[in-house]
Design a protein around this ligand. Structure first.
Ligand code: SF4
Length: 629
């Protein structure tokens, strides 16, 4: 054993973690095989990939991490391997010299050093060496947008500029570019404010922190082996997918050929993080001391929950659910108050939010003192939970229902969020649709589950997008009716992308795009919409419907049992993740298996739109005084 990069990140979460791991100290200096190392790194790697695909499930609910890892990632792994291969290839074009990269094999370059009876070890994704420089490159299957979205301006309301500038396929922080006229674009103060977000190791700085832990180990080895003269030569980069890259549809030996695109963009781009990793080194050195102390103490007693637990993130500590957070109620906990990012103001005017509530033993929704609850929606939640009643703003719901134009097109896409683009016009992580279900409701309640349902499912993993558009437009008249979906922004975004990639269908697609209406607006709220139909004041702020079974969420998983007996439990495919897996595994199935899986995919997608029809129907009955059971 030894302390690897992933171990370091986990062991320094809190003092309890190492004790729960029950690490045998004598093993910390012993050898670690590459296979053992790989096993340790793999989990962390998979977590990162899931995060890149979107942390939550498509219905906004929190999925079981292990479940997601096992299923989705196995299916997606060939695409992630491609990201690494391309990063290695493009690193030689960008930096020159020679790159050692080996797609997670033993040939990766490794570094290690020993200190205070502990061996620290890391492998480097890409080790690039030119005559003048050594470039350490960590590959992350995320996109450049994550960082280029950091923007600042001179003052509020004025044009914002990215804090990064790209040169020869490498992004640099503008404040670090010699003679860059930064103050023509933003104040130094605003620039620093954005830049400091990169130093939040639990949020945007997570991958850079990871790179910094490598730097700590690399510098440790160079110091130990008296190679400190090399330190100024070493530079640190993240390699990520280029959000601006558009695949031109050229294939070589049946595989996409990711050469430079029309605008000369590469599939992979690099971010220079020499100064930020240097900043992190100060923190890491302190953490190293803390880790050594924790290893000495091995104290497994309870410690407060904090951001280091990674609650509800893909970095969630493996002990959260099982040990440290197992006393948090699954339903209606103090964390279930809707949109409660700022928490509550206590009597002494201090704020309390998130896991602090749990640390102070406010576990249930009703444990939070009534005096702290100031927002109307929170009062509604509390009342419904306390008295087991439903809140219904009938007038608002009725008025909204009247705005729906018929036919209502209940639409749902299943999509494949591939890290590398597969088809012409696509870019990294585009949500490429492979299936839709459409239920057409001709007039209120007039919709047959089978007869009024159209399903398109890609027959192969080849490009069937145009056929999908044709099928969709064959059944939808974009001149009238309503495009209806749970989280309609998702469906609208797919329609807009189709219009961009297939301009010959732009006109009808964009007409359809304009007709979107979200199921959530009926239950939760949509201020602008209700204002446009004449509601004012407090009514614009409050939700339309609440039931304690929602436990603070309007995801379809929560609303469906309130309004219908439909359930996903008996279906072969029960969620969007499983649908992705089945599509990604098309080529692995026998003819008979594939037939069954396709059938299951159709049933699942049909259920998604039929669920909306049912909810809408029951909501109509509810506002006409019929009580939902
Ligand atoms: S769940 Fe949180 S407190 Fe518990 S071991 Fe993990 S990081 Fe530490």
């Amino acid at each position: 054993m030894a302390i690897t990069k992933t171990n370091f990140i986990n062991y320094t979460r809190c003092q309890r973690y190492v004790a729960l791991e029950n690490i045998e100290k004598e093993k910390l200096l012993s050898d670690i095989s590459f296979e053992e190392y790989q096993k340790e790194e793999q989990e962390n790697y998979l977590e990162e990939l899931i995060e890149s695909m979107g942390e939550m499930s498509e219905d906004g609910s929190y999925q079981d991490k292990v479940n997601v890892i096992n299923k989705q990632l196995e299916a997606m792994m060939p695409y992630y391997k491609k990201v690494e291969e391309e990063a290695g290839r493009i690193s030689e074009i960008t930096f020159g010299g020679k790159s050692t990269y080996a797609n997670k094999t033993k040939d990766q370059t490794s570094f290690d050093f020993k200190e205070n009876n502990i061996r620290y070890l890391c492998y480097v994704d890409i080790f690039n060496e030119t005559e003048k420089e050594i470039n350490i490159i960590e590959v992350k299957a995320t996109t450049s947008k994550k960082y280029t979205d950091l923007q600042a301006s001179i003052k509020r309301g004025e044009k914002k500029y990215s804090i990064f500038q790209k040169k020869n396929n490498i992004y640099y922080l503008k404040g670090e570019i010699k003679d860059y006229p930064l103050e023509q674009e933003m104040t130094y103060e605003n620039y620093e404010k954005e830049k400091n977000k990169l130093l939040d190791k639990y949020e945007l700085g997570k991958y850079i922190y990871d790179l910094a832990v490598q730097r700590f180990i690399i510098e440790g080895e160079y110091k130990e082996s008296n190679h400190t003269h090399l330190l100024p030569k070493v530079h640190y980069y993240l390699a990520v997918l280029n959000q601006n890259y558009i695949f031109d549809g050229e294939y070589k030996d049946g595989q996409p050929n990711y050469h430079k695109d029309e605008k000369k963009e590469e599939l992979i781009t690099f971010f220079s993080f020499d100064t930020i990793t240097k900043e992190y080194l100060k923190i890491i050195t302190k953490e190293q001391r803390k880790l050594e102390e924790n290893l000495k103490k091995l104290d497994a007693s309870k410690c407060p929950l904090g951001e280091y637990c990674g609650y509800k993130k893909n970095t969630e500590c493996k002990y959260f659910k099982a040990v440290c957070g197992n006393h948090i109620p699954e339903k209606n906990s103090s964390l279930s108050y809707i949109r409660n990012g700022f928490g509550f103001l206590k009597e002494d005017k201090t704020k309390i939010k998130g896991l602090e509530l749990i640390n102070e033993n406010y576990l249930n929704l009703l444990d939070v003192p009534e005096d702290w609850i100031k927002r109307e929606n929170h009062k509604i939640q509390r009342e419904c939970t306390k008295n087991h009643t439903q809140f219904i703003h009938k007038e608002k719901i009725r008025a909204a229902l009247k705005e729906l134009e018929y036919p209502i097109y209940h639409l749902d896409f299943e999509t494949f969020p591939c890290p590398v683009p597969r088809f012409k016009g696509e870019w990294p992580y585009i949500q490429s649709p492979f299936e839709f279900s459409l239920h057409i409701e001709h007039s209120p309640g007039e919709c047959d589950k089978e007869k009024d349902n159209i399903i398109f499912l890609a027959d192969t993993m080849e490009d069937e997008r145009e056929e999908m558009i044709i099928q969709m437009l064959k059944h939808i008249d974009p001149e009238k009716g309503t495009l209806f979906a749970q989280n309609v922004a998702f469906e609208k975004a797919r329609i807009k992308e189709m219009a961009q990639i297939f301009p010959q269908y732009k006109e009808p697609l964009m007409k359809l795009y304009q007709r979107g209406f979200d199921l959530i607006w009926l239950l939760d709220n949509k201020k602008e919409f209700y204002s446009s139909i004449g509601f004012k004041g407090k009514e614009l702020e409050t939700m339309n419907f609440y039931d304690e079974r929602l436990s603070g969420s309007f995801s379809i998983k929560k609303t469906l049992p309130v309004f219908s007996d439909l359930s996903y439990k008996d279906l072969t495919i029960q969620n969007g993740t499983e649908a992705i897996v089945e599509y990604a595994n098309y080529k692995k199935r026998s003819k008979e298996e594939l037939q069954l899986k396709k059938e299951a995919l159709k049933i699942y997608c049909q259920q998604d739109t039929w669920a909306m029809v049912e909810i809408l129907n029951n909501l109509r009955e509810l506002v006409n005084e019929k009580v939902v059971n």
